[in-house]
Ligand binder design. Structure first.
Ligand code: PLP
Length: 390
């Protein structure tokens, strides 16, 4: 490894790793059928028809790959997606478009959000001509709330966590006859989240188009798991005989997928879910995403906030000739885990990470909260880490 990385900043000792005992080499027919191939195709055609559509860049991080002793490191950079700063437009906006096409514009869509999903739904409501009411929890930053309101949506603050905002949104939707556009599913509510996941498959398809060879590893951050499941599902369909190793990464205190894997069933984690990685601050996996991850994810991992900040800084300054990349807190959980894993001789071996590896990361957001971003990448200042419970 030619370029030393300040490994301590990544807190490798804090990495938690769980190998999934139920992982399957090939997905079961039931999991393959969770998304409908025809709807997936329709979603992709629909999204590609929107004004301003362009595939997001697939960046080569050769310097960093070299520093980590990996063959290839590719970073699908979502920071410019539709000017919204994250991949979320592909899912929430697709679902809003789908609803308007069926019911007309005289409807209200509503969503609970940590920021990015709500912004996408608000953006789509404006674009497709309907009304939006977006629920955020108390910890969502002012910058993110302003961005949502900027698209003409009504923003309501409800509860102390994402899961509480989801409940408030569901209750109000029921009372008022609004259409919930959630990026997570629960038993009895799966049609719209399925539309959302179909939209996310665009990301995988674009990556496949730009790749010269299938990746050996996908490192995917997870909140409710819809994004990771959509990507893992797409690659399993595309490369049934060369399925990449799937690593699912969560913040240490909001690790519902990790907990579900440990329990062998979809499980919610309790606690305040306090993490800087706002987009990943979810306690319970989606009921639609979980069966996919339960079969297709090889490993579940958790990283502390400090590691995410170190990864943001690594990208912000560029490494060994790599161009600087603007990546928000929730975009880098995968990279944070990868850096720690690449330095861990035993896990490196177990996960077959080496000079033959082609690792694909998804930089799922840019500076979606510019003030927070500036604060976190400023290396002269101590980062504002959420307090750990005593
Ligand atoms: C930037 C970013 N990355 C990743 C995710 C995780 O997506 P999911 O909740 O589908 O797991 C989110 C969710 O909001 C996000 O905003």
């Amino acid at each position: 490894m030619s370029v030393p990385i300040a490994l301590e900043a990544f807190h490798p000792h804090a990495l938690r790793v769980l190998f999934n005992p139920r992982v399957r080499r090939r997905p079961s027919p039931a999991v393959l059928a969770l998304l409908d191939a025809e709807e997936v195709r329709e979603a992709q055609i629909f999204i590609r028809s929107w004004p301003g559509y362009a595939p997001s860049p697939l960046r080569r991080l050769d310097g960093l790959a070299d520093a980590l002793g990996l063959g290839e490191l590719l970073y699908k950079d979502e920071s410019g997606r539709f000017g919204l700063g994250s991949f979320k437009a592909l899912g929430g906006a697709r679902a809003v478009g789908w609803l308007v096409a069926r019911h007309g514009t005289d409807l209200t869509v509503t969503a609970a959000t940590d920021g990015n999903h709500g912004r996408a739904v608000a953006w789509a409501a404006r674009r497709f001509g309907c009304r939006a009411v977006i629920f955020v929890h108390e910890k969502v930053s002012e910058g993110r709330k302003r961005a949502i309101a900027g698209f003409g949506a009504e923003v309501r603050v409800a509860g102390a966590s994402y899961d509480q905002a989801v409940s408030a949104c569901a209750a109000e939707a029921h009372r008022n006859g609004w259409h919930i556009v959630a990026d997570t599913a629960w038993p009895g509510y799966e049609e719209i989240p399925r539309r959302v996941m179909e939209g996310y498959t665009v990301l995988a398809e674009e990556a496949v188009q730009a790749l010269t060879a299938p990746p050996t590893h996908l490192v995917l951050q997870a909140g409710v798991g819809s994004f990771a499941a959509a990507i893992a599902w797409s690659f399993a369909r595309r490369f049934p005989d060369q399925r990449p190793l799937v690593l699912v990464v969560e913040p240490e205190r909001a690790a519902g997928c990790f907990a579900s894997c440990a329990a062998g069933t979809r499980t919610a984690v309790s606690g305040d879910l306090a993490t800087l990685m706002a987009g990943l601050a979810c306690g319970e996996p989606s009921s639609l995403a979980w069966p996919v991850l339960d079969e297709l994810a090889h490993v579940f991992l958790t990283v502390p906030d400090e590691a995410a900040i170190a990864a943001m800084r690594l990208l912000a300054r560029g490494t060994a000739g790599d161009p600087p990349i603007v990546a928000g807190e929730s975009a880098v959980a995968g990279l944070a885990a990868l850096v720690a894993l690449a330095h861990h001789p035993e896990l490196r071996g177990k996960l077959d990470l080496g000079p033959h590896s082609r690792v694909l990361l998804f930089g799922t957001e840019g500076a979606t909260d510019p003030e927070l971003y500036a604060q976190l990448v400023d290396e002269t200042k101590e980062p504002p880490i959420a307090k750990r419970p005593q």
